[in-house]
Design a protein around this ligand. Structure first.
Ligand code: UD1
Ligand code: CA
Length: 463
């Protein structure tokens, strides 16, 4: 049976106090609307229709390539009105799941259960509900003595007795497509908010003798709507717990799972340990047996097996097996490190490849370069890649030695086993196996230091 999702996302999201439309705010790196679309996809939804209004241009742009259809609701006259705006896009047959764009914690499993319950009961419409401690603000589920669904009453329309009901409307439903499409014309706005309520469709269905039912979600967190930044942080924390739990179940150790911030799609191998304050973003892949120490930020990078990283930032880069990085190293986009490389403290690498077994242990800048294997890059080495107008690339071949505090003025080519003495500035190519020393000759002036020292002492005593 064809399954379509209709996702309501036209609301203003005023309480977010944001320039960004609410459904584009991210939870664990994913826009809330994507979280809902992905959950729907996981439940076998083939087509998504999103009702947009506030921030329509931005939402449409962000989801242009997601294969989503859009309906625009210019004035937010209620959830029923939002569905009306999508009428022409709704299918004649099959099931329509009506979802909200601001409930990022909904899971495919729960939507599957909603669909299964709906089909098993032979319902025309089924509401997903939850029992909550504080039902304030939600529509209340009113049932008859036998437990059958009667109607949903909004907070603003509820009397005191109804307000006591702790079963609430999640705002998510499963509909027979034909019923939904053909009943929209019957909605009225005769209520406290003068809005068209989608929930009125329950009474319309029952009046026609059709079957309407309700099924409660197990974990009420799943239907949590995000209306402000506090709820956004709450949703993020819940999602973080889910993601990190999944990794732990797959064999990853966390020092403190509440303090590791890992995006949805990140992959982590077994027996890797994640320290506190670690941020793993985007499409990052981490291998097995790695040590990702405290305060690392790794984005869209691929890290091999047995890699150790301490307090470092790695962006759009690749790192080979058994390499060690940090503390306080910075791998900028397109740094490609081989196996058993060592990148030590305060080393920056950008748009450069570094071969197996090479080392830059402290305080160096390696930009726009191809560095071979077993190369030693001393402390304070700078690849001078920029002349103020253009950038140039340098090549350092296998087994070369770049002494401390050398400058390599690009473009320059250091051939195999080239040896650059400490403190040398290189602006010409270095032939294979040769030494280049480019230091000014020292002069030794005897007793100069002693005289200076004595002068200083006299001045101090005179005070
Ligand atoms: C609605 C339900 C309420 C339920 C609650 C769950 C109705 C009448 N009430 O409340 O029973 O407990 O959701 O969160 O349906 N939206 C539009 N256009 C509109 C109005 C809303 O697209 O004109 C969208 C919002 O962007 C949001 C969703 O619909 O994604 C829910 O709207 P919201 O205003 O948060 O819910 P309520 O109407 O208060
Ligand atoms: Ca409302």
């Amino acid at each position: 049976m064809k399954k379509t999702a209709l996702i309501l996302a036209a609301g203003q999201g005023t309480r977010m106090k944001s320039k960004t439309p609410k459904v584009l705010h991210k939870v664990c790196g994913k826009p809330m609307l994507s979280c809902v679309i992905d959950a729907a996809a996981g439940a076998g939804i083939e087509e998504n229709i999103v009702v947009i209004g506030h921030g329509a241009v931005e939402v449409r742009e962000r989801f242009a390539e997601a294969g989503v259809k859009f309906a625009v609701q210019e004035h937010q006259l209620g959830t029923g009105h939002a569905v009306m705006m999508a009428k022409d896009l709704l299918p004649e047959e099959g099931l329509v799941l009506v979802l909200c764009g601001d409930t990022p914690l909904i899971t495919a499993g729960t939507l599957e259960k909603l669909i299964a319950y709906h089909e098993r009961q032979g319902n025309t419409l089924t509401v997903l509900t939850a029992r909550v401690e504080d039902p304030f603000g939600y529509g209340r589920i009113v049932r008859d003595d036998a437990g059958g669904l009667l109607k949903i009453v909004e907070e603003k329309d509820a009397d005191e007795e109804t307000k006591e009901i702790d079963e609430i409307n999640s705002g998510m439903y499963c509909f027979e497509a034909g019923f939904l499409k053909n009943s929209l014309g019957k909605l009225t706005n005769d209520n406290a908010q003068q809005e068209y309520y989608i929930t009125q469709l329950i009474e319309i269905a029952l009046a026609e003798g059709a079957k309407a039912g309700a099924v409660a979600v197990k974990d009420a967190d799943e239907i949590m709507g995000v209306n402000n930044r506090v709820q956004l942080a709450d949703a993020e924390a819940l999602m973080r717990r889910r993601i990190n739990r999944r990794h732990m179940m797959e064999g990853v150790t966390f020092i403190d799972p509440a303090a590791a911030y890992i995006d949805f799609d990140v992959q982590i191998g077994r027996d890797t340990r994640i320290g506190p304050g670690v941020i793993l973003r985007g499409k990052t892949v981490i291998g097995e047996d790695c040590e990702i120490g405290q305060n690392c930020r790794i984005e869209d990078s691929v890290i091999g097996n047995g890699v150790s990283i301490q307090s470092s930032t790695i962006l759009e880069s690749t790192v080979g097996d058994e390499t060690t990085i940090g503390p306080c190293a910075y791998l900028r986009p397109h740094a490609h490190l081989g196996r058993k490389v060592k990148i030590g403290d305060f080393v920056e690498v950008k748009n450069a490849s570094i071969g197996d077994g090479s080392k830059a242990s402290h305080l160096a800048y390696i930009g726009d370069a191809d560095v071979g294997r077993e190369v030693n890059i001393g402390c304070g080495v700078v690849f001078v890649n920029y002349d103020g107008i253009n950038k140039f690339r340098s090549v350092v071949e296998d087994d070369a030695f770049i002494g401390s505090n050398s400058n390599l003025i690009a473009p320059v080519h250091v051939e195999k086993q080239g040896y650059i003495a400490a403190g040398t500035t290189i602006s010409r190519d270095v032939p294979e196996g040769s030494l280049v020393v480019g230091r000014p000759k020292e002069r030794v002036i005897p007793t100069w230091g002693a005289r200076k020292y004595n002068q200083k002492k006299e001045k101090k005593n005179a005070k």
